[in-house]
Write a protein that binds this ligand. Sequence first.
Ligand code: AMP
Length: 283
Amino acid sequence: MCLITSNEDLINSLKKAKDNKMQTVGFVPTMGYLHDGHLSLIKKAKEENDIVVVSVFVNPTQFGPNEDFDRYPRDIERDYKIAKEAGADIVYNPEVEDIYPKGASTFAVVDGDITKKLCGASRPNHFKGVTTVVNILFNIVMPDRAYFGQKDAQQVIVIKKMVRDLHMKVDIVVCPIVREADGLAMSSRNVYLNQDERKQALVLNLALAEAQKKCKQGNTKVTDLKAFIKETIEAQPLAQIDYVEILDAQTLDEIKEIKKQALAAVAVKFGKTRLIDNVFIDS
Ligand code: AMP
């Protein structure tokens, strides 16, 4: 197990595994400040691969100008320890210049509606930053499999599309959302929440779970379910809704009625903290 900061060291460390074609590399890209959600990805990667690389990189290009890039929580020593305990073989913690060489001006962009709705609407360049960094990280690590969380549902769909469209030789494995005991989806950003915000943030999971139940009971009209989720969230005085959407789970297309699996997704701000959550629903 080692902590690596330079691309060269990483490539050399992985060379042996790459030369020995029997060894597979599993990759878990993260922005660090690891929690049990990240650990579930690392453990899954360890089950399925010989070598597991976890990257810890707070990627500047996926943050908007007034977002939390500067104050995003960082603690590489803690991350290293936790990742090691979960089974990681290498923690890769590059500097911005290692990822974006001076003068870099090349981006990987997934065009079209899927990057413009949901988080793409309020964070216009977010997915351009995500797909670019994931592309660069894939080129450096060259994993056989890469692990992503369903917590970032739109990110999963966008990355799968990029991998498909660009014929990238990596399998994308999606892991379920890990929640706190009281239902709040784990996130590195949860540390920003004060006590009242933390308490009221539980409404995200509650509203989504209740909508899921309603749908199972035969309430399949999207406008009604969205209205229900909105009202439930708005009942919490600190909640400011960014979006509440119910879309086709595979394509993110608009739907009116839930006939097959749909994705109910929300983004809500509590104070300065923007949280996202989602659930699959079907009748
Ligand atoms: P982040 O460090 O927030 O960029 O997340 C790195 C990876 O961990 C992404 O694929 C996320 O979707 C995943 N992840 C974050 N939180 C959770 C969670 N609560 N459950 C499952 N996966 C998660």
